[in-house]
Write a protein that binds this ligand. Structure first.
Ligand code: ZN
Ligand code: ZN
Length: 439
């Protein structure tokens, strides 16, 4: 095996650049950087040339950047950390966001799904579940229906499919509610304040999507401008409650039943404190950021035990090692997906996510930096570690590159070598979240 690895130290160096990614994208091609004289526009000497064939692995290897922890732990970790920094920037400032945002009213809110039938649960009052059992935290039965035959699977899947639209409706209502409380019209509201948010979708054990969000009031130009004096965390909380209770989305009519979707009654809204203050009703910035980041890397497969990739045929379900509840959710999505009138919900393509086809984490434009900006900054840093010195002032460079997809993954030998390298994952002082319970 060693013979097939060619120059071991060089290959090890290339693999370590993947930061532990086990499913990299392989590319064939080349990239050439030329020096360009800005005054004459003349293309000068070659500054840097890279040919994939000359690389130790024979190809350029690029991180897969998969968000899912079950697919690529290393890339999911990078995504989690980026999300942490993105959320933190919106709470404390940094990465291009003014640190003034720390003084703006902001809350952490959790929006739940409605009920689709009784499920096995752990009660906080110490009494047993309705089935008579005291389920322990790891019990696979938790979140699964007490009676699967009467559980409303269609509504559960359709809820997931409409949750994104319900969130958008909510955010429109929120703007109106805040404006109304401030005594402003819709039209003039934007001259006074902006509402920004960052949210993450999380699956409850029962396979229903719910949302956690940081919601903030800024001044008219976003995070860099002061919110008006009427903007308080109390006003924001009241408005969120009012908007969440009234937001409603009409769903399809199936076999004479008209579906409509609204958030569940459980709505948790808490102010976020600036100082690291633990306990009580208020959350700290660090805790909120850690929580959102943690859920950004989890799909339905983590909470509900479903599949982490799309299915192509229903028959694949027979081999899948998933819970009966997840199987039933997927079957329901698949069956509904055959309906012409539900085509727009793409329920077959999203059966593995139990009908939810939205983004797992989204934010409004003015919340803070973007994941893309963080990735670009990291890539630039990596290049700086390996690339030749940057050109002098007044010069510019021309980059010609051509890359062709050549597959994914590592060879058996590369996997072996990569496994022997310590992935460079450190911690940057983020706390790990330990005690959050969501029903
Ligand atoms: Zn990866
Ligand atoms: Zn039970």
């Amino acid at each position: 095996m060693l013979a097939s690895l060619g120059n071991l130290p060089e290959l090890a160096r290339q693999l370590s650049g993947l930061g532990g990614c086990t499913h990299p994208v392989r590319l064939d091609g080349h990239r050439t950087e030329y020096d360009v004289d800005t005054r004459t526009g003349e293309i000068g000497s070659v500054l840097h040339h890279l040919d994939s064939a000359s690389l130790p692995a024979g190809q350029l290897l690029v991180r897969c950047n998969n968000r899912r922890a079950t697919r690529c732990p290393a890339c999911a970790e990078v995504y989690r950390r980026d999300t942490y920094h993105l959320i933190t920037a919106g709470l404390r400032g940094g990465k291009g966001t003014s640190d003034q945002v720390a003084t703006h009213p902001r809350v952490f809110a959790t929006f739940t799904a409605p009920g689709f039938g009784p499920v096995h649960n752990r009660r906080t009052d110490g009494r047993p579940c309705r089935c008579g059992t005291h389920h322990d935290q790891e019990d696979a039965a938790l979140g699964t229906p007490l009676n699967p035959d009467s559980y409303d699977y269609e509504a559960a899947v359709l809820w997931n499919a409409h949750a994104g639209a319900l969130w958008r409706r909510f955010s429109i209502y929120l703007g109106r509610k805040v404006a109304k409380r401030a005594g402003l019209t819709q039209r003039t509201f934007r001259d006074h304040a902006r509402i920004s948010f960052a949210k993450v979708a999380e699956y409850q054990k029962r396979g229903a999507v719910h949302f956690h969000a940081v919601i903030r009031i800024d001044g008219p130009e976003g995070g860099d401008t002061s919110p008006p004096p009427w903007a308080t965390a109390e006003l924001l909380t009241d408005s969120i409650r009012a908007a969440a209770t009234t937001a409603r989305i009409d769903g399809p009519v199936i076999d004479g039943r008209a579906y409509a979707f609204a958030f569940g009654r459980q709505l948790d809204v808490r102010p976020i404190r600036s100082a690291d203050f633990d306990g009580g009703q208020e959350l700290t910035e660090r805790a909120v950021a850690a929580y959102i980041a943690k859920y950004a890397t989890k799909g339905a497969e983590t909470a509900t035990g479903t599949l982490d990739r799309p299915i192509r045929f229903l028959a694949e379900l027979a081999q899948a090692r998933i819970s009966d509840h997840a199987r039933r959710m997927i079957r329901t999505a698949w069956a509904l997906g055959a309906r012409k009138d539900l085509e727009h919900l793409r329920l077959r393509a999203w059966a593995h996510t139990l009908g939810f086809r939205g983004h797992f984490s989204t934010k409004s434009r003015r919340y803070s930096t973007t994941l893309g900006a963080l990735r670009t900054a990291r890539a630039a840093w990596r290049r700086a570690q390996t690339a030749p010195p940057a050109p002098q002032d007044g010069d510019t460079t021309l980059v010609l590159a051509h890359w062709v997809f050549a597959g994914t993954g590592l060879s058996a030998a590369e996997t072996w070598l990569a496994a022997s390298l310590e992935p460079a994952i450190g911690t940057e002082g983020e706390p790990t979240w330990t005690t959050v319970t969501t029903s």
